[in-house]
Each structure stands twice: as structure tokens, then as C-alpha cells.
Design a protein around this ligand. Structure first.
Ligand SMILES: [Ca+2]
Ligand SMILES: [Ca+2]
Length: 641
């Protein structure tokens, strides 16, 4: 029973108390138990306060010219003009710019896949994006120092590579590394070598000589409405793994675990809709058993709260996803200035109740697979509105590299590959750079942004005012995409008195919770923040209850057998906060019962009626002696009592 080594960046999750105390408790309860203790009080990474920055490694910064030619100089264009070839960016370049990112408020860096790729052109394109892997246990030699890929079967024993230096430099700055992984496919056909796969330099599979059934052989997806085809057939000729093969599953999981052991903090998972959900459930279970404090999000391309399959994936796969639904709406409203206006964004947020964890979705306005936001709309003020929106809305914001420098190339509408230009400047005084720095700080300071509910307060095609609320913390946002306008009165939920607007430092007077005659300039955005009391305790449980349908006026409390939960006295139970019609959430402080086994259940309180308790004996948990843990529970239907 080895405790998981906490990574260096999440000291608040460390468990320093000796295990023995817990161990004796467990034995009291279940002497024959073979359960791993970690399961009972698992720390869980809290990622909602992070600000993610997504880098296409080859196009960010060339920190090591010696690796540019790689194994095949023909795939490198020193001029940076051939969009299908490598241009020289690498991990040393990322390290060189970490202070630039840190100062901007970036707390987590997502890099395109770093694994060794096929070294060839396929449809005039080299694997600069990293999604054509040849060996999941080795690194792309163009991204690391010469000699960082040692001899066969030794990659994971060498710990002084540029990759390790990157992890170390990130963690020294309290930043996190998001590793981009692909489980669905390896690589396409080039010179008859489709799907040649290696295990740290040793060949283990070959699509064209697939004796051990590592791949599916069903050809290209023909009908995108056919779920079986989408999961089993090929995408653009990529050799598609046969997940029914246990040897394949063991290989891919062992590869990812090795990189986690080298200090990776989070995973971004490619093409999740192309594999069955049972595969992902097994995958996330194994990964989280290996490292419970790893945060995982997937790419379900064009996921949408109206799409049952992508919603099911978020709720049942063990990972969250990139929020394409909100991305599309923001691009329509602020990029293409759709006539319907902000209602399109509200329509998406109104469906948050479909997700168990809407506050953990990854929000973004563009990425490497679509034209950059500014290729839709070059107006810098509109970009500013879009950035302020994702920095203050529910979800975890992810910025595409260069956005802060207004980087875009509009050739052919700016779509792939023109959405991947080389970084050109590093201006730490650009408006967007400064906004992100400010709002990233606000996200960490004010829990209403990272964990709270969303309330629309004023909505026209051009003007959107909303409140984020968690307990007594509030953020009020007003934005105007049109001509200057005066909003007669808008409810801010802020306490009365003078408030300083976050972006402009101007002062405003709030009366009866309202702002009166609020003048919004053309394309102006205003943000107000009030930070309430923060919960402090030895152990904080972030309890999330889903699948409970409440009516206005009803409340949810947690009652249990310990003083913090009222010793089964419902009048002393701990109240949760309403997030949306499907989700209640609260940070519950534990001091006296930290490190102990407790029992609890949820109770629905209704005006004029007796409390409705969950219909189960109770839930049980051994609380971590200190740190933060999460409970993710689903309401067990109560019966009338
Ligand atoms: Ca280089
Ligand atoms: Ca597949």
C-alpha cells in the first residue's frame, strides 16, 4: 500500500499524517479488506482555479536549433514558410518562455503530443501536430535535446532530459503540465508503413501485418451518424486501435502511466468519441488508481449539451471535456456577430444542468482545428469581450497560444494549417496579456468564478449582464458588443456602497444591490468582484450532489454522524449551494473528524413539509487527515417520510 507521491505543485493536497492512524480505523471496520486505503480518502485535484494555455510545440519558440533537422532534414523548413513542415519549436523554447506565461497568469500548460512520430510526409504534411504516434514511450526528437532518447528500453530510466527539465521548471513556478495523449489511433500509411507501433524502440504492431489484432480493419468512416462506424472505422486513414485487445490496452495504459510518473499533472485526451465508453471508464479508473490527483479532459469534437452522447460521455467516462458547445456560441455571438446575440450563449448555459460537472468543462474560443477567433473577427475589442467571457464564466478557461499577441493568419479563412503560425512577439503590455493576468488572479481569488452558479441579469442581443455566485462571494459582469448604451437598472447582488470596477479601476455606487443608469461604451466590458469568507479547515470536502431535482425555495443539506455534519440532527446539518437544477455543491470544513471514518447522507428540505432524506443506509468515507477531497455523489431517491 504505497501512498501516491503528491506532485510538487499541489502541496495543499499532500497528506503528511502517518497512515497508521487511518490503517487502524480501517481494520476496525473491515479487517479482511484488501481495498487500497487511498480509495477511501483519495485526494482529488482541484483544477477549476487554473488558467490553461495550449501550445503547438513546433510553432511556439525554437530554444534549441540543434534538434531542428531531426532524423529527416527534409521535413524541416528553416524559413518557416511551408505550413506542412516542422519550423523548429521545441521544449527548450517552452522553458525559455515560462516566465512570460507565468507573468500572464497561466497556471497550466497544455502541449501538443510529445511522443515520437512518423518521420514522413503524408498528404504534404509532417506530424508537427503530434497526432501520428509511432512510439508512445519515446519523445519526438525534434522537441528534445540530441541524445534524450537513449537506447532501446531505457527511455523511462533516463530522468535528466529536457522533458524532465520542463516538468521541474513548471513545478518550480507552481505551474502544471497537461500531456496530450491519443488512444484511438497511431499513424497513417506512408511508404507502406501504416500503423507501425513501437514500445520504447521495440516494434510491437504493424497494421499491414496485424497477426495479433492490434488494429481494426473496417476502412474509413462512411456514415458519421452510425455510432458503430464512428467508434470502429478509420479517420483520414489513421490506423485505428482494436481496444478489445488486452495487449493494446495494457501497452497504452503503461505508456501513459510512465509519463505520469515523470511528473505530468493532467491529461488532455484526443478523439474520445471514437472509442467506446467502456474503454474510457477502464482507462480513467486505471489512471486514477495509479495517480488519484491527475486531472483528465477529453476532446469530443463538437460536443454540445444538446447531444446525448457527448453529455453521457462527460457524466459517465470519468473525465470532463472541452466545451465545444459554448465555444461555438461565443464564436457566433462575438466572432460572427450573429443577429440573435447573447441569447445563443445563454441557451448553452441554460443546459448546464445536463452535465454533472458543468463547472469543470474546459472553455475556449478557438484551437488548432478551427480558424482563430481573430480570423472570424479582427476587431481586438471583440476578442477582449470573448476572453473576458471565458475568464469569468463557469468552466476552466483554455487560451490558444498567441491569442494574447493577436496572432492570426487569415489565408484561406485562417483554417488549418494557417491557424498554427509561429509566435512573432512577446509583448507583456498587450491589452489581452494584461487582462488575462488580472482575470487569472481573480479566478484564484474569487470562488464564485471557479465554483459558483451563473445568473443572467440583463440580456439583449448586444448586452449581457450576469452574476456568478458562490455562498457570499459574487462576481458581476456587464458586456456590450454594440454601440454605447445605458442600462437603466441591473441587479448585481453586490452589497451596497462603492465598488471598484476590476478592469478600469473606476468607482461605481451600488444601491439596493442595483447599478442604476449603467453606461456601457461601445464594446465595453465591466467586472465587479466581492470575495466572501473562504472555508478553512484541516480537511475540506468539496461535495457535489447531482441528479437531484429541486424546486425554488428548496434546499439541500448534508447530515452525518460527526459534529461537522450535525450528528444526524438535520437542524445542524451542513447546507450546500445551488449551482443549477441538477447540481448542488459545497465546501465542507472538517477539523474534529479529519482522518476519521464518517457516515453521511443528503437531505432535501422543503417548506412546510418534512425533510426528504436519501433512501439509503448511509454513505461512508474515511476523511483525509488534511487537504482537499471531492465527493461526487448522485441523489439516492428518497421516499416521502
Ligand atoms: Ca528546435
Ligand atoms: Ca476507434
Amino acid at each position: 500500500m504505497t501512498p501516491v507521491t503528491p506532485n510538487q505543485t499541489s502541496s495543499q493536497y499532500e497528506v503528511t499524517e502517518p497512515e497508521q492512524k487511518i490503517e487502524s480505523l480501517i481494520e476496525e471496520v473491515k479487517p479482511e479488506s484488501e481495498l487500497d486505503l487511498e480509495f477511501l480518502y483519495t485526494r482529488d485535484i482541484e483544477f477549476r482555479q487554473e488558467t490553461i494555455y495550449f501550445i503547438v510545440v513546433d510553432r511556439f519558440q525554437d530554444g534549441d536549433p540543434a534538434n531542428n533537422e531531426g532524423p529527416n532534414p527534409e521535413l524541416y523548413d528553416p524559413e518557416g514558410k511551408d505550413w506542412g513542415k516542422y519550423w523548429g519549436g521545441d521544449l527548450q523554447g517552452v522553458i525559455d518562455k515560462l516566465d512570460y506565461l507565468k507573468d500572464m497568469g497561466v497556471t497550466a500548460v497544455w502541449l501538443t503530443p510529445l511522443f515520437e512520430q512518423v518521420e514522413a510526409l503524408f498528404v504534404e504534411q509532417a506530424a508537427i501536430h503530434g497526432y501520428w504516434t509511432k512510439d508512445f514511450k519515446r519523445l519526438n526528437p525534434r522537441f528534445i535535446a540530441k541524445g534524450d532518447n537513449p537506447s532501446i528500453n531505457q527511455t523511462q530510466e533516463t530522468k535528466d532530459t529536457v522533458f524532465d527539465k520542463l516538468v521541474d521548471e513548471l513545478h518550480q513556478r507552481k505551474m502544471k503540465l497537461v500531456l496530450d495523449i491519443v488512444c484511438n489511433h497511431s499513424n497513417p500509411d506512408f511508404s507502406g508503413k501504416k500503423g507501425e507501433l513501437y514500445d520504447d524502440g521495440v516494434k510491437i504492431a504493424d497494421f499491414n501485418d496485424d497477426q495479433d489484432d492490434w488494429y481494426h480493419h473496417y476502412g474509413e468512416v462512411q456514415n458519421w451518424e452510425d455510432e458503430w462506424q464512428v467508434q470502429n472505422c478509420e479517420l483520414s486513414g489513421l490506423a485505428t486501435f482494436n481496444e478489445n485487445n488486452i495487449a493494446y490496452r495494457s501497452y497504452i495504459k503503461s505508456a501513459i502511466k510512465q509519463w505520469l510518473d515523470r511528473g505530468v499533472d493532467a491529461l488532455r485526451v484526443d478523439t474520445v468519441k471514437h472509442m467506446p465508453i467502456w474503454f474510457w471508464q477502464e482507462f480513467t479508473a486505471d489512471i486514477l488508481t495509479h495517480r488519484p490527483d491527475v486531472f483528465i479532459f477529453g476532446e469530443w469534437i463538437y460536443s454540445d449539451p444538446r447531444n446525448d452522447l457527448s453529455v453521457e460521455f462527460v457524466n459517465e467516462s470519468g473525465m470532463t471535456i472541452l466545451d465545444f458547445g459554448l465555444c461555438v456560441a461565443i464564436r457566433e455571438v462575438l466572432g460572427q456577430v450573429a443577429e440573435a446575440g447573447f441569447q445563443l450563449i445563454q441557451d448553452v448555459l441554460d443546459l448546464d444542468h445536463r452535465y454533472y460537472g458543468a463547472t469543470e468543462l474546459i472553455t475556449f474560443i478557438d484551437n488548432h482545428d478551427m480558424p482563430r477567433f481573430q480570423s472570424l473577427n479582427a476587431d481586438r475589442q471583440m476578442l477582449r469581450l470573448a476572453i473576458c467571457l471565458i475568464m469569468t464564466s463557469r468552466g476552466i478557461p483554455c487560451l490558444y497560444y498567441g491569442t494574447e499577441q493577436y496572432l492570426h493568419d487569415d489565408t484561406d479563412g485562417g483554417n488549418d494549417p494557417y491557424n498554427r503560425p509561429m509566435m512573432e512577439q512577446w509583448d507583456t503590455d498587450s491589452q489581452i496579456y494584461r487582462d488575462i493576468r488580472l482575470l487569472s488572479g481573480l479566478r484564484r481569488l474569487n470562488p464564485a468564478i471557479s465554483m459558483g452558479s451563473h445568473w443572467q441579469k440583463h440580456l439583449t442581443a448586444d448586452v449581457y449582464c450576469y452574476v456568478r455566485r458562490y455562498h457570499d462571494s459574487v462576481v458581476f459582469v456587464a458586456m456590450n458588443r454594440g454601440d454605447s448604451v445605458t442600462v437603466e437598472a441591473v441587479d448585481t447582488e453586490l452589497p451596497d456602497g462603492e465598488h471598484t470596477e476590476v478592469l478600469s479601476r473606476r468607482k461605481f455606487e451600488v444601491k439596493d444591490g442595483m447599478l442604476y443608469n449603467l453606461e456601457l461604451d461601445s464594446q465595453e466590458v465591466m467586472i465587479f468582484s466581492r470575495v466572501g469568507e473562504r472555508v478553512k479547515a484541516k480537511t475540506i470536502v468539496r461535495a457535489q450532489l447531482n441528479n437531484v431535482k429541486t424546486q425554488p425555495g428548496e434546499r439541500i443539506v448534508v447530515v452525518g454522524d460527526c459534529p461537522e455534519l450535525g450528528n444526524w440532527d438535520i437542524s445542524k446539518a451542513y447546507p450546500l449551494e445551488y449551482i443549477n437544477t441538477n447540481t448542488w455543491f459545497g465546501e465542507i470544513p472538517f477539523n474534529e473528524s479529519a482522518g476519521k471514518l464518517i457516515s453521511y447522507k443528503y437531505v432535501l428540505l422543503r417548506e412546510g413539509m418534512s425533510p426528504l432524506r436519501e433512501n439509503l443506509v448511509c454513505r461512508r468515507w474515511v476523511l483525509a487527515p488534511e487537504g482537499t477531497v471531492k465527493w461526487r455523489d448522485k441523489w439516492a431517491t428518497g421516499r416521502e417520510s
